[in-house]
Design a protein around this ligand. Sequence first.
Ligand code: ATP
Length: 285
Amino acid sequence: MSLVLSDVSLSRGGRFLLSGVNISLYPGELLIVLGPNGAGKSTLLKLFSGEMSPDKGFVLLDGIPLSEYDSEDLALRRSVLSQESEIHFPFIADEIVRMGRSCSKLRVPKPLEDQITEDAFHAVHLGERERFQTYNKLSGGEKQRTQMARVLVQDKEPTQRESYVLLDEPGASLDPNRIHSLLEKAKQLSKEGRGVLCILHDLNLALRYADRIAVLKEGKILADGVPENILDEDFVLEHFRLRTKKVPFPEGGHYLIPLGPAEQHTKKEPPYTLDAKGVKENVHR
Ligand SMILES: Nc1ncnc2c1ncn2[C@@H]1O[C@H](COP(=O)(O)OP(=O)(O)OP(=O)(O)O)[C@@H](O)[C@H]1O
């Protein structure tokens, strides 16, 4: 049982956005996807969710191509928090959250529906004021937590088989307290048996919460495995162009203190001069 991208490639405008990607998301794990801007992380998530289809390769849910599921069945199996969450109509936050249950197979009696909605607002620490506010009048962080509540209500189906939660930068507008709270929720969802994929930029949050990380660069999977084994000073310098200092975390593992962009530090005079013909002459001989 898993959600799988098998040898997937996707191009747009003659350019590969993803190339030869093999990656699986398993029930019970929190997989954090990292990578520089434009690496292909959102594209990867859109393939996992079925919003985009690969040009080559397969996206499989329990071994069956995602394209063979109808939208209602798919809604029972995976919920998605996208990067773009602008709404062009004056819905209130409560209505946005209930949209997570618009699939007819999720219909339950009204009192239960109300309880599920209330629990979801409670889980993301939004009160009555935000719940009954026009969505577009909420702050960026409140909107993001409303979207997370929508994901939570969609995932509440008693007879559900393994389900998957796909989160694209859910902490982009959140303060430090809220982002930890959200990742604790994501971790809890995984411990309850869901496969959770979360795109982040913060390497330390990945070190703190991920069961597994995947690092994407230029449309390819660069690394896939245990965070502590992958994210060290050299890897981060080479692939994120960031200087860091590794420090042990009291509860085990390590953190990386960011020191600054690589360019500022490593841009030295080259250890050679050019002779009249443009040939390198090593100055350190
Ligand atoms: N529909 C599209 N048509 C053409 N190019 C696209 C399309 N969607 C994405 N891209 C390009 O594909 C690349 C990967 O985009 P993607 O949004 O997946 O990156 P990302 O890793 O999520 O980036 P970020 O960290 O900045 O959010 C980018 O260069 C982007 O401009």
